[in-house]
Ligand binder design. Structure first.
Ligand SMILES: NC(=O)c1ccc[n+]([C@@H]2O[C@H](COP(=O)([O-])OP(=O)(O)OC[C@H]3O[C@@H](n4cnc5c(N)ncnc54)[C@H](O)[C@@H]3O)[C@@H](O)[C@H]2O)c1
Ligand SMILES: O=C(O)C(=O)C[C@]1(C(=O)O)C=C[C@@H](O)C=C1
Length: 290
C-alpha cells in the first residue's frame, strides 16, 4: 500500500499508473505535478489525482512513492528540484524510455546513485499523450523493466516491483546498458521507420494520391508515427549510441533487400520473408502474458 504517491508528469504513463493503483485500492492519496495547469486540473476532474501542484519540490512532501514520468529531456531538472525535498523513506522511480540517460541525470544531480532510486520502464503505451489518454488497464498483462544498480536498496526495489505487479504487469530486471540496446531494436528503431516513412511519403508530390489508397497495412505500420514528437526527440537524443548502431545495421539489411529485388532474386526474397514470418509468429505467441 502506498500512502502518498507523487506523480511528476501526469500524462499517459503517469496518469495510467495513478488510475491503475486507485482502481486496485493500493494508494491513499495521489499528488499530481506538471507544467500545464489545464492538464493538471483535468487530472483532478477525472479523479486521477487528488491534489495538484506545479512545483515538483512541493509534490514530494510527505510522499512515500515518487514516480517521474516526464519526457527524458526534463528528468534532470525534476531531479534537481526534488533532491533536497525527498522524505527519508521515499522511493523514487520513473517511466522513462531510456535508462542510461536517467541514471546519468541522477548521478549528475545526486552526486552518486541514490539507494532510493529504482529506474524503470513500462513497456506499454499508445500514440496518445496527456492525462486524457491515460488508461487504468494500460499495464495489465504487459511487461515492466526495472534496471536496479548495485547501490539500489533492496526494499525500494521490492516496493516498486509490488507497485507494478498491483497494476497487473510482469516485472523483469536487467542492466541499464542491456535495456537501452534491446529497446533501441524493438521500440526506438520501429518508431524511426514509421516517422521516416510517413515524412518521406508526405513530402512526395503525389502523396495526396498515395494516401488516398493507403489501407490497413499502412495504417498498422504507421500508427506510431502519430506519437509525441518531443518525447521521441528526447528518446533519440538519450539513446543515440545504441539507436545509431541499430539504424546502421538495419540500413545494411534494407540495402540487401533492395538488391535482391533489383536482381529479381525470388529465392532470396522468399527466404527473408519466411524467416521474418516465422520469427514474428513466434514473437506473437511468446509475448502473451497470461
Ligand atoms: N507514450 C508511451 O508510449 C511511453 C511508454 C513508456 C514510457 N514512456 C515514457 O514516459 C514518459 C512520459 O511519457 P508520456 O507518454 O506519459 O508523455 P505525456 O506527454 O503524456 O506526459 C508527460 C507529462 O509531463 C509533463 N511535463 C513535461 N515537462 C515537465 C516538467 N519539467 N516538470 C513536470 N512535468 C512536466 C507534461 O506536461 C505532460 O503532462 C517519457 O519519459 C516517455 O519516454 C512513454
Ligand atoms: O504502442 C505504442 O504506441 C508505443 O509506442 C509504446 C512503446 C513501444 O512499444 O515502442 C513506446 C515507447 C515506450 O517507451 C514503450 C512502449
Amino acid at each position: 500500500m502506498i500512502e502518498r504517491l507523487a506523480i511528476i508528469g501526469v500524462g499517459l504513463i503517469g496518469g495510467s499508473l495513478a488510475r491503475a493503483l486507485r482502481e486496485a485500492g493500493a494508494v491513499g492519496q495521489v499528488v499530481g505535478c506538471g507544467r500545464g495547469l489545464a492538464n493538471l486540473q483535468r487530472a483532478r476532474e477525472l479523479g486521477v489525482v487528488d491534489l495538484i501542484t506545479q512545483d515538483p519540490a512541493e509534490s514530494v512532501t510527505g510522499a512515500d512513492m515518487v514516480f517521474v514520468s516526464v519526457p527524458l529531456g526534463a528528468m534532470r531538472g525534476v531531479f534537481e528540484a526534488i533532491r533536497d525535498r525527498l522524505e527519508p523513506a521515499a522511493v523514487v522511480t520513473d517511466g522513462g524510455s531510456v535508462k542510461g540517460s536517467v541514471v546519468a541525470d541522477a548521478l549528475g544531480v545526486f552526486g552518486g546513485v541514490p539507494p532510493c532510486l529504482v529506474p524503470g520502464h513500462p513497456i506499454a503505451g499508445t500514440e496518445h499523450s496527456g492525462v486524457e489518454a491515460s488508461l487504468a488497464d494500460l499495464y495489465r498483462g504487459r511487461r515492466v523493466i526495472l534496471t536496479p544498480l548495485p547501490e539500489t536498496d533492496a526494499d525500494a526495489l521490492a516496493r516498486v516491483t509490488a507497485m507494478w505487479e498491483t497494476c497487473g504487469a510482469e516485472v523483469t530486471c536487467m542492466s541499464v546498458a542491456h535495456h537501452d540496446e534491446v529497446l533501441a531494436a524493438t521500440s526506438h528503431l520501429p518508431h524511426m521507420l514509421a516517422f521516416g516513412l510517413v515524412d518521406a511519403l508526405a513530402r512526395m508530390r503525389e502523396n495526396d494520391e498515395i494516401f488516398r489508397y493507403a489501407a490497413g497495412g499502412f495504417r498498422d505500420f504507421t500508427r506510431i508515427a502519430s506519437s509525441n514528437p518531443v518525447m521521441w526527440r528526447d528518446i533519440c537524443l538519450a539513446n543515440r549510441e545504441a539507436l545509431s548502431a541499430m539504424l546502421a545495421r538495419f540500413g545494411i539489411e534494407m540495402t540487401d533487400l533492395a538488391e535482391s529485388i533489383r536482381r529479381a532474386d525470388g529465392e532470396r526474397l522468399l527466404a527473408i520473408f519466411e524467416r521474418a514470418k516465422a520469427a514474428r509468429d513466434r514473437y506473437v505467441d511468446a509475448s502473451r502474458i497470461d
